[in-house]
Write a protein that binds this ligand. Sequence first.
Ligand code: ADP
Length: 175
Amino acid sequence: MEERITIIEGDITKQEVDAIVNAANNSLLGGGGVDGAIHRAAGPELLEETRQIGGCPTGEARVSKGYRLPAKWVIHTVGPIWRGGNRNEEQLLASCYRNSLKAAVDLGAKTVAFPSISTGAYGFPLERATEIALRETRKFLEGDQTLEKVIFVCFGDRALNTYKEILGRFSDSAE
Ligand code: ADP
């Protein structure tokens, strides 16, 4: 299954995949970080569509077109804001990954790229978030034969090294 998971350093808006995942906020009206970058690269039509969608609860996902992005679709998911770890943050982040992967399959996507959801402005500790991202994705891919590639796009060396280290740990312990 590891051959279906790829870790790269880069900008998610440049990825030539069927769908990219956006770390959005509950309003789906755009924001800073990766959300702002995706809206800028997709163009104003994206905001028109997400305004029609009318918001998204934390842990869920909503789908739009990709407009001027190389990706055909954007899967908007809303990660939890880290509040110390006792506010269901880990379960909510796991739901983001599961619901986004399910949305990708429902779209018929073969390739999907994720940013590191919640680890920027929302303050989720990177290492714990990475463990959840990789664990949920591995679990999902075990039960799915349609997704060919899941790419984790790391913004900077710290995220890249963390993802590589944790994926290596998972692979070593796989039976
Ligand atoms: P959140 O509010 O969910 O924390 P942020 O956008 O603040 O979302 O951060 C999520 C992650 O996305 C961070 O790790 C940040 O470094 C990363 N990021 C920011 N811009 C990009 C980009 N263009 N491509 C990929 N990742 C990005």
